[in-house]
Design a protein around this ligand. Structure first.
Ligand code: DPP
Ligand code: ZN
Length: 877
């Protein structure tokens, strides 16, 4: 395995002016002819070698300016192919043979269930043809596909279709031209028997764009939501970012076998079916939201990623972090901004913070990697998005837009680096570029989650408050942390609500500060009473906050904070505190039954939740979803899943008991039984009822079971069915087994619903789930070739079922290890990702740590892909 370093970056010696591809899809293989026109870069030495990349290719012929070359004319080592006679430039013609049916890694060109498709990001194009497969080589493409007409009536590639017609022997062809220069990772080709939903979009400047969503015939009734989402996203990007679409056609293809969620190939997005298909009968609210977000995300890449791309893969966050921020903004505006924000933050705090604290920690812009596929991570995506958001907070919406305009305009058609993004923000806002870039770049370079410590003192006689913030970050191999620019939004909550105070330079009730030194102090005047600080409103920076807030302080925030996000955040903090205290009591053998009055959280919620359930049902449903074990695991130094689970359940009971009447009357509304509407209000009502059913299952299991059965039999949509099934199975209510069987009988023909069925069982929080998972792996419908199915069973078990996975004797780790070996042999990307679950080991008790380490060592002794080997090695280190 070779480690690649950012510091070793070298610009390509040859520019690629045009790419012409001819792809013959044959019955048992494919033959790809490429004609590539190169020109030596002005900066390159005269005797520079032409360097291309190729992997798993059968090379049939090579010619330079139409003169055949032989193997003596080039060197080919590993994936690197070099030719020394390219001089000022010329035309390279190659022909290779590849085997799409045998391509189980789902990278490059592959065929599954009769459908040919490609996945080229990050380095898949080199498995299709010999090519300068690096993101800083951009060219126009012309692609001709020839295939059997009966089995592949639809032939698609990027851009516009410029020719099509019959070929010999029942075959036909189509030629596509993409006028926008692009790197190879944005290439796509699709061939198969697909149905299409068509619509259109008129751009701000009046151009008509044809929109097409291709799926299997049976799924055509599930495309309306994706189409609406696409149109909404196209309009939104024009209005919010001034970004207009630039081709005459935009295509999305749904593919059942896919490693990622979706891929932003120019003009031809390839999507995992789970991120495009949606129908009320088969898709939950969460599923609908995901489709909307992913369709928007891939569309937004057309500018942040495609028009302005990345110079090298170290800059991945440049397109991903920025694009995730854009899709989060978009989603917030479609439904509920507060719910969107708290879901994004809970996700970050649960999973990215853990990544940043564990053996797989890395910078948002890493300095090195072995396998780039291992860096499509939460840190690069979610923390990357938080950095863009902080810039937005710091510069303000208008300042940020000036910066993004500058960035898109300056780097259009180019391959950029993070510094280009930051300097655009500075230049467009008249800030000193070097200082700004140097300061903000630290967020991209320093791994680990910063800690901000807060101390404050209120002086009764002068009515002033002094606030001191200090920041610190653990140093990681080779990087000495320097102070980061940290936007701090805060408010002051008095005994009856928000206080208005004054800071020399800032007024209004919600202050915004920038912490940029290791320690800073601010003085506020006219603070009439001792306030509780509402800190980092809307999570204004991705940091861990240490503030000495008492239970009463947190209860005050839950009741009175005008920032809804922080009300939620205060419940999370208080719940965490009480769960950890309970777990500690249990550990000491103190098992007294708990009363609601023993819990400050229960008291605070009893006082305000019933009213909130009426005034803001979306927020109310979130306040009852206490932190899960994955979140809690990041808050402790030694993680004992079973003890935390028990403590969490005990606290839930304390919180829910006083709310029983309120929960009953919510369930009496029966919003779940009315026809599906996709709106913030309808989703909030359903979410509240789902939470109420789950609560009732703890208070009155029989009644909850009856209600769940009713939802399963008469509810008109999957949101209700899925909520009912989850409650029955996860709370082990009467009739759960029969419900599982009935659900299967009803939905076995719908793969995405079946994925949910597998996932619900694999994530049931009971030790017995390991046996269930063993049985599910033998089920007729378990198919190891479909990543969605593997994730639904193995992924859910390893990453979303801590109680079963962390078996004391290590049987959960053994199960994962066995599966990893099977999966890795066919699909390294998938295996490597699942292997990440073992990264939790430093948090475990010594006995479990020993089990994981034994598992890791055994795995590392096997023959593994470089993807999985890199992940396991980093975890083991
Ligand atoms: N398709 C993946 C995404 O959009 C990788 N670019 O995030
Ligand atoms: Zn993306």
């Amino acid at each position: 395995a070779i480690t690649i370093y950012l510091k070793d970056y070298q610009a390509p010696h040859y520019a690629l002016e045009h790419t012409d591809l001819h792809v013959e899809l044959l019955s048992d293989c494919a033959e790809v002819s490429a004609t590539l026109r190169f020109k030596r870069a002005a900066s390159a030495p005269k005797d520079a070698a032409l360097t291309l990349l190729g992997a798993d290719l059968e090379l049939l012929s090579v010619a330079w300016n139409d003169q055949p070359l032989s193997a003596d004319d080039w060197q080919w080592q590993g994936e690197t192919w070099q030719f020394n006679g390219a001089g000022e430039g010329g035309v390279l013609s190659t022909k290779v043979r590849i085997y799409p049916d045998k391509n189980l890694a789902l990278e490059g060109l592959y065929r599954s269930h009769g459908l040919y498709c490609t996945q080229c990001e990050a380095e898949g194009f080199r498995k299709i043809t010999l090519f300068p497969d690096r993101p800083d080589v951009l060219s126009t493409f012309r692609t001709t596909i020839v295939a059997d007409q009966a089995s592949c009536p639809v032939l698609l590639s990027n851009g516009n279709c410029v020719a099509s017609g019959k070929a010999e022997n029942g075959r036909h062809f189509a030629t596509w031209e993409d006028p926008h220069p692009k790197p190879s990772y944005l290439f796509a080709l699709v061939a198969g028997d697909l149905a299409v939903l068509r619509d259109s979009f008129t751009t701000a400047s009046g151009r008509e764009v044809a929109l097409e969503i291709y799926t299997a015939e049976v799924d055509q009734d599930k495309c309306d939501h994706a189409m609406r989402s696409l149109q909404t996203a196209m309009r939104w990007d024009e209005q919010r970012y001034g970004c207009e679409y630039d081709l005459d056609r935009y295509m999305i293809v749904a593919v059942s076998h896919f490693n990622m969620g979706a891929m932003e190939n120019k003009g031809l997005n390839v999507f995992n079916t789970s991120c495009v298909l949606a129908h009320p009968a088969t898709t939950t609210d969460a599923g609908f939201q995901r489709v909307e977000a992913v369709v928007a995300h891939e569309y937004f890449h057309n500018w942040s990623g495609n028009r302005v791309t990345c110079r090298d893969w170290f800059q991945l966050c440049l397109k991903e972090g920025f694009t995730v921020f854009r899709d989060q903004q978009f989603s917030a505006e479609q439904l509920s901004p507060v719910v969107q924000r708290l879901e994004d933050v809970a996700f970050l705090q649960t999973h990215q913070f853990a990544e940043d604290a564990g053996p797989l920690a890395h910078a948002v812009r890493p300095e090195s990697f072995v396998e780039i596929n291992n860096f499509y991570t939460l840190t690069i995506y979610e923390k990357g998005a938080e950095i863009a958001r902080m810039l937005h907070t710091f510069l303000g919406a208008e300042g940020f837009r000036r910066g993004s305009d500058h960035y898109f305009k300056t780097y259009d058609g180019q391959a950029a680096i993070v510094e280009d993004f930051l300097s655009s923000m500075a230049i467009a806002n008249g800030l000193a570029v070097d200082t700004f870039v140097c300061q903000w770049l630290r967020w991209y370079r320093q791994p680990g989650t910063p800690v901000v410590r807060v101390t404050s003192a209120w002086h009764a006689d002068s009515k002033t408050l002094s606030l001191t913030l200090t920041q610190s970050q653990t140093s990681h191999a080779g990087v000495t942390p320097e102070p980061l620019p940290i936007p701090v939004r805060l408010g002051f909550i008095g005994e009856t609500g928000e206080l208005t105070t004054t800071l020399a330079s800032v007024s209004a009730s919600s202050h915004q500060l920038l912490l940029e030194k290791a320690e800073q102090t601010w003085h506020f005047s006219q603070v009439e009473q001792a306030p509780v600080l509402s800190l980092f409103r809307d999570f204004s920076a991705p940091v861990r906050v240490q503030a000495a807030l008492s239970d009463e302080d947190l209860a005050r925030l839950i009741r009175l904070d005008s920032n809804s996000f922080n009300r939620w955040s205060a419940t999370y903090t208080l719940a965490t505190r009480e769960i950890l205290a309970l777990a500690e009591q249990y550990r000491r053998g103190d098992v007294r039954a708990r009363q609601p009055q023993d819990s400050a959280l229960a008291g605070a919620l009893a006082a305000m939740w019933p009213a909130l359930a009426t005034s803001d049902p979306a927020l109310a449903s979130k306040l009852l979803q206490l932190p899960n074990l994955a979140y809690l695991s990041d808050q402790v130094s030694c993680y004992d899943p079973a003890a935390l689970q028990r403590a969490r359940e005990a606290l839930l009971l304390q919180v829910l008991t006083p709310l029983e009447g309120s929960l009953q009357s919510i369930l009496a509304n029966e919003h779940m039984l009315t026809p599906y509407v996709y709106s913030a209000a309808a989703m909030a009502a359903r979410s509240l009822e789902a939470v109420a059913l789950d609560a009732l299952a703890r208070l009155q299991p029989e009644a909850a079971a009856t209600m769940a059965q009713r939802w399963l039999s008469v509810a008109p949509h999957m949101s209700a069915e899925q909520a009912a099934l989850t409650t029955l199975v996860h709370q082990q209510l009467p009739g759960a087994d029969a419900a599982v069987q009935a659900f299967y009988a009803r939905w076995q023909h719908e793969p995405l619903v079946l994925d949910q069925w597998f996932a619900t069982q694999a994530s049931a929080p009971h030790a017995s789930a390991r046996n269930t998972v063993e049985a599910l792996l033998q089920h007729d419908d378990f198919d190891a070739a479909v990543p969605n199915r593997v994730r639904a069973v193995v992924g859910q078990f390893a990453s979303n079922n801590p109680v079963a996975f962390h078996d004391m004797a290590g049987k959960g780790y053994d199960l994962l290890a066995q599966q990893l070996l099977l999966i890795d042999a066919r699909n390294p990307q998938l295996a490597s990702r699942l292997a990440g679950a073992l990264g939790i080991w430093p948090k475990l008790d010594p006995a479990r740590q020993a089990c994981v380490l034994k598992t890791l060592d055994a795995l590392l002794n096997e023959s593994l892909s470089s993807d999985t080997r890199e992940t396991l090695t980093r975890i083991r280190a």
